[in-house]
Design a protein around this ligand. Structure first.
Ligand code: GRG
Length: 319
């Protein structure tokens, strides 16, 4: 546990952490390294009984991934003036939730994928029974990690638990996955429903990630709402890029199966690749506009949004 403790709520950020003019590449790499290290510390070791279950949890959590969501938490928190180490454990908890969702998503009863993060999917290595248990244990551990954040005020921990639970639940990721797997037919318009499904399946955890950062920085509600809007747009852009990746990418670069959406309705199948890409750009622009109430304090986050369109950042998918 970090020895950084949280101070009183603040109305505005406590000063810039990055030069607002410079895209925070170096801080992204620094944060990524911290996240990797801490994720390994937060799970039981493979030598702990039951060994194979812990091996399966560690296999998926520590086996690659861009770490976009925990980076959002850390960068928002730091940009809004909090000590960056305060956000590290909640950021790791979010990555646990995301990884759990990927393990479930790959199961034969869902997307039936064989490859994830450049390696065989969890259930292909450990079996479906162990994969279900490993994903559930990761999800459970995420809440434990937040509860153990002694450096955060209990009211903030409680806010994070509520926000994670909302993001995961039957109005969040789980709803999005359900609607993705069991789309309703005969809709007047596909597009609004697709956007709602994307907002739940992918956007909800983006929103929870930035909300966590903002709550840790203890900014007031209008700013929290501004970063939530920012992340909702960014999450949609990210999901559109993911669709484009599924349509245009290759397994080697993507590290996961391609063509999984072949029989699904996606924004790309509705609009075509060109218009879908344009829609993603519009969403990134909307994300940056949502930050206007933050004034100069939002500038590092505007830079961050642009990294989603920037191949060298490792934050985006670029198709
Ligand atoms: C109980 C948490 C939970 C979930 C159950 C299975 C399920 C419901 C939801 C699946 C949601 C899902 C997989 C959405 C796709 C989101 C998405 C764009 C994933 C790819 O994210 P990246 O590109 O992957 O950030 P890496 O591997 O880089 O982390």
């Amino acid at each position: 546990m970090s020895d950084v403790t949280q101070s009183e709520p603040s109305r505005s950020p406590r000063g810039p952490v990055e030069s607002a003019a410079t895209p925070p590449f170096d801080s992204i790499e620094r944060h990524r390294e911290k996240i990797e290290r801490r994720l390994g510390e937060l799970l039981p070791d493979e030598s702990c009984h039951p060994e194979v279950l812990h091996e399966a949890m560690r296999y998926s959590l520590l086996g690659g991934g861009k770490r976009v969501r925990p980076l959002l938490t850390m960068l928002v928190s730091a940009s809004l003036g909090a000590d960056e180490d305060l956000a590290l454990d909640p950021a790791c908890a979010i990555e646990m939730v995301h990884t759990a969702s990927l393990i479930f998503d790959d199961m034969p009863c869902m997307d039936d994928a064989t490859l994830r993060r450049g390696r065989p999917a969890n259930h292909r290595v450990f079996g479906e029974d162990t994969a279900i248990l490993a994903a559930t244990a990761l999800l459970n551990r995420a809440f434990g990690v937040v509860a153990e954040c002694d450096a955060l005020d209990p009211s903030v921990r409680c806010d994070l638990v509520r926000s994670f639970s909302d993001a995961i639940g039957s109005n969040g990721i789980i709803a999005g996955q359900y609607c993705d797997l069991r789309p309703e037919t005969g809709a007047e318009s596909e597009l609004p429903r697709l956007l709602q499904m994307y907002g739940q399946k992918t956007g909800a955890l983006f929103v929870a990630s930035v909300e966590a950062g903002a709550r840790i920085a203890r900014v007031e509600e209008p700013w929290i709402e501004a970063v939530r809007q920012f992340a909702a747009h960014l999450g949609l852009a990210f999901q559109i890029f993911d669709d484009l990746l599924d349509r245009l990418g290759n397994e080697h670069d993507a590290g996961k199966n391609i063509g999984q959406d072949r029989d699904k309705n996606t924004l790309v199948s509705c609009m075509g690749s060109g218009r879908a890409r344009a829609e993603a750009s519009v969403r990134v622009r909307s994300a940056t506009q949502a930050l206007e109430p933050l004034g100069d304090a939002g500038r590092p986050l505007v830079d961050l949004a642009h990294l989603f369109m920037e191949p060298a950042s490792g934050m985006a998918l670029h198709y």
